[in-house]
Write a protein that binds this ligand. Sequence first.
Ligand code: ZN
Length: 315
Amino acid sequence: MSSEHSMRIGIDLGGSKTEGILLGGNGEILIRKRVATPSGDYRGIVAAVTALVEELEADVDDKLPVGIGTPGAISLKTGRMKNCNATCLNDMPLKEDLDRSLERPVRIANDADCMTLSEASDGAAADFENVFGVILGTGVGGGVCIHGSLVSGINAIAGEWGHTTLPLSAYQCDQSQDLQAPKPALRSCFCGRYDCVETYLSGPGLQRTYLETSGSELRVEQIVELASTDDAVAVAVLEQYSNLLALALSSVINILDPAAIVLAGGLSNMQSLYNKVPEYWSSYVFSDQISTRLLQSKHGDSSGVRGAAWLWPKT
Ligand SMILES: [Zn+2]
């Protein structure tokens, strides 16, 4: 087993399951455990995370560093949790309570930040200086890593790209496409704004585009399957998705100029994105050449829990 001094624990606190790993100093997963997240029970969640950590370090003499990925973030105003879809966590002093029950300071970051840190530490973007990480799933999240460290920002919202407005007026429709540009201000978002990136680029967003275009309700996997049979509407909807993702990422490239953008989440499995999106973003980014690489995450579903462990970097 790795030296105890190089081991760390990562916890991915999800809405339905909580996963924990004991990570060795070379990034090897030594132990992995999963438990059900006590639904709607804040005290139960604190107890479950505590028990999981104790189990993972049962054979270790020291108290190991613990990092925790959560669906939300810590409010700088209150020190309490905010924006969690496991809503019983909201407004609760999760860090304070876990620091106390685990008798050590823990580090907490949101799941998109953990994914980005994982991929920048020893994943698809390990060799890149500045990295933007994107989760394309039920929601859309983002994170920023520079020189292997997460950037949090003065408002603790660095990378919260999913709730910026998609600049639909800048959409450039390929002449060969049948689809017209989406009309702005048509999609309301749960955050209270309109036409957020998430309303088009999340799984539900893509399904909505397909429904509005075809009149049929299909799941993402069904739309992808249909496109593989050259169904004209499914192909056009996915083409528009690639174009809109390029449009949304072009603002990130103009501001951050990342060496790599890493995609994770269910929709990142669409292999066509990795050719199409860089083709489309050349017409949106303010540069005559774009060397930014678009990469698929290396660690996939394990990226969140690995990044939580890497909240304690190698020394
Ligand atoms: Zn929003």
